[in-house]
Design a protein around this ligand. Structure first.
Ligand code: 6PG
Length: 265
């Protein structure tokens, strides 16, 4: 049975405003984790949506670059494509170009997924890297301070695609996932690990996501068809940063507000 979750969705007029909200959230999560636990561990997604947020985080004209305690931040990826780090499709490449090449984040704190390796090997090595950097023992699993997710127009999130094996993986931290509909492999964090994040946030933009977002949030629970539905954090809270195009099929928040809430039983 899915666990109940309180969803807060914030609607912004443009993708640029979503990027600013995401950058604020990233900087605040990093600062508060460092203040509370001395270290911030954040897992980011790829695709196209987060690129503008990464650019803002690295922009010297914005406050974020100075606010973020880069020396105490460990950065991880939610998922990666099965390609080398220089490939146009690489999530690492996108992040590196938009942000990493411009910020003082020590290389040892950048935990990329080695998409150039055999996917099973890459997943096993990534899992070990996570275990080592979190200093996990035995069956312990990682608790990220912030997990940033995107959603595809087929309802996938991370590299948990509809009707793929990784949806059934409840035991590993990271796994290789064969994605027949894209004729490719991906490497992804598993959903129990994503759900263990202290803060789990989707960034979703564009009219092509509106219907599926409606179905994910308000339709029947069918996680094999809509893997994003499986994201129900243990904290009981989930945040969505949306542009108005993506939010166009959701209930309009009351009193002209831009923040809506949904309680999923
Ligand atoms: C990836 C992702 C993936 C992504 C969605 C949305 O590697 O592709 O991490 O889950 O977040 O596909 O992608 P867009 O932001 O490009 O719409």
């Amino acid at each position: 049975m899915p666990r109940p979750v309180n969803i807060t969705y914030r609607i912004f007029p443009t993708p640029d405003a979503v990027a600013h909200a995401g950058a604020h959230l990233f900087a605040n999560a990093a600062a508060s984790a460092v203040q509370t636990r001395g270290r911030a561990r954040i897992a980011i997604s790829g695709g196209t949506t987060p690129e503008a947020m990464f650019a803002l985080l690295a922009d010297p004209a914005q406050p974020f670059l100075k606010q973020i305690p880069w020396d105490k931040l460990d950065l991880y990826w939610v998922d990666e494509r099965s390609v080398p780090p220089t490939d146009a499709d690489s999530n690492y490449r996108m992040t590196n170009e938009a942000m990493l090449s411009k910020v003082p984040l020590p290389t040892a704190q950048i935990h990329r997924i080695e998409g150039e390796l055999d996917p099973e090997v890459a997943a096993a090595r990534y899992e070990s890297a996570i275990r080592n950097s979190f200093k996990l023992e035995g069956a312990e699993t990682p608790t990220f301070d912030l997990v940033l997710l995107g959603m595809g127009d087929d309802g996938h999130t991370a590299s948990l695609f509809p009707h793929t094996e990784a949806i059934n993986n409840l035991t590993d931290i990271a796994t290789a996932n064969r994605v027949p509909q894209k004729d490719t492999w991906r490497i992804t964090l598993t959903w129990p690990v994503i759900n263990q994040g202290r803060e789990v946030v989707f960034l979703i933009e564009g009219a092509d996501k509106a219907q599926v977002l409606h179905d994910v949030l308000l339709g029947p629970y069918q996680p094999d068809t809509f893997p994003s539905q499986i994201i129900r954090p243990a904290s009981g809270r989930l945040t969505l940063l949306l542009d108005s195009a993506a939010a166009s099929k959701l209930p309009v928040p009351e009193n002209g507000e831009t923040t809506g809430t949904l309680e999923l039983k």
